[in-house]
Design a protein around this ligand. Structure first.
Ligand code: AVJ
Length: 334
């Protein structure tokens, strides 16, 4: 395949329709405490703001994971093996992927999956331009819902799911297990999972990473309301809320909140949502793992831990797991 790749990149578009999204947001805003899924951060503007977060001096996860991937790339490529199909969940700008692609010359195809259509296509074109012989098959989807995997021209020896960044931390334990089961289904028998996990550490380091001095994380958090206004016809007053990051020790997570600065209301989907002064919306949970807790969750989802790499401070872990032949049935609870 030559330079014509650019013109032939075809998007598989499973982006959810507006009505179910409004219903989903309303369900969260009727709950106590009110919540909005972090998926709604990632419109085109939110994806750009997230890329800026990754560059912040306080935001260590991206830099640390990149270092781990670069330092162990040969080893990781050995586990992924020849002729694999690489499926990335929440691919964003696909920057970490490049470290892998440089070491995987025989990859059968690369399938980036992301909710932000424009950001996904820009990243897919960028990868295609840098790796002209690689088949790139972008999928726009909410990856928590199972989606059809596109067929690659060249058949793959195995499917490996790549899930960097510790986005797994956005899910509480039962949801993380079900997501890892979705990934198990995608990878299939003999498949692999390369997943990044942010680890428990000094609380001040964690809080600074989610409440940076330049205010980029605050802008990223508030942008979720702008996204609901522009895409779902809501009318939130962005001046009426402020960003807050708190550490929840029992749950081992950083929580991102939007705090209502006064009593106010907002309309969405024909419904009026009331906010008391000081009331907050939970926009994100960022769970921080211990190695043992992650291993237990992975086992519940049918994965066998094969190898793991850490940075020397022990801030972040990159894990390679293999799909066991059997996995526990979905009705079995943790
Ligand atoms: C994309 C979920 C990995 O939890 O660190 C960064 C998102 N939120 N700053 C994270 C995020 C605020 C990020 N993940």
């Amino acid at each position: 395949m030559g330079p014509s790749a650019r013109a032939t990149l075809q998007l598989r578009d499973h982006h959810p329709a507006v009505e179910p999204l409004i219903a989903d947001v309303l369900a969260g805003l009727r709950a106590a405490p009110k919540r909005i899924s972090p998926m709604y951060f990632y419109d085109a503007r939110g994806s750009v703001l997230f890329d800026r977060i990754c560059e912040l001096p306080e935001y260590y996860p991206t830099r640390t994971e990149m270092q781990i991937l670069a330092a162990n790339a040969d080893d990781i490529a050995g586990w992924i093996g020849d002729d694999a199909l690489l499926v990335e969940f929440g691919s964003g700008s696909s920057l970490k992927t490049r470290v892998l692609l440089d070491h995987l010359p025989t990859l059968s195809a690369y399938v980036p999956v992301d909710i932000s259509r424009s950001h996904l296509m820009a990243a897919a074109h960028g990868i295609s331009a840098s790796y002209p012989d690689l088949e790139v098959l972008p999928v726009c989807a909410d990856f928590t819902q199972s989606f059809a995997l596109p067929m690659s021209r060249r058949s793959a020896a195995r499917t490996v799911v790549f899930f960097p960044g510790s986005t797994i931390g956005n899910f509480d334990a039962p949801a993380a297990v079900s997501l890892m089961r979705v990934m198990h289904d995608v990878a299939g028998r003999g498949g692999g999972l390369l997943v990044g996990t942010d680890l428990v550490k000094d609380v001040s380091v964690l809080i600074r990473a989610y409440d940076d001095a330049a205010g980029v994380t605050a802008a990223f958090n508030l942008n979720v309301l702008r996204h609901l206004n522009t895409e779902l016809g809501a009318n939130f007053d962005l001046e009426g809320f402020r960003h807050r990051a708190v550490w929840n020790a029992e749950a081992s997570r950083v929580e991102m909140h939007l705090v209502s600065l006064r009593e106010q209301q907002a309309r969405i989907g024909g419904e009026c949502i009331h906010f008391a002064a000081g009331e907050h919306i939970v926009t994100e949970h960022c769970h921080k793992y211990s190695l043992a807790k992650f291993a237990a969750q992975a086992t519940w989802a049918g994965w066998i831990a094969r190898e793991r790499w850490l940075d020397e401070r022990g801030y972040f872990g990159v894990n390679y797991l293999e799909a066991s032949r059997e996995r526990r049935l979905p009705h079995e609870r943790m």
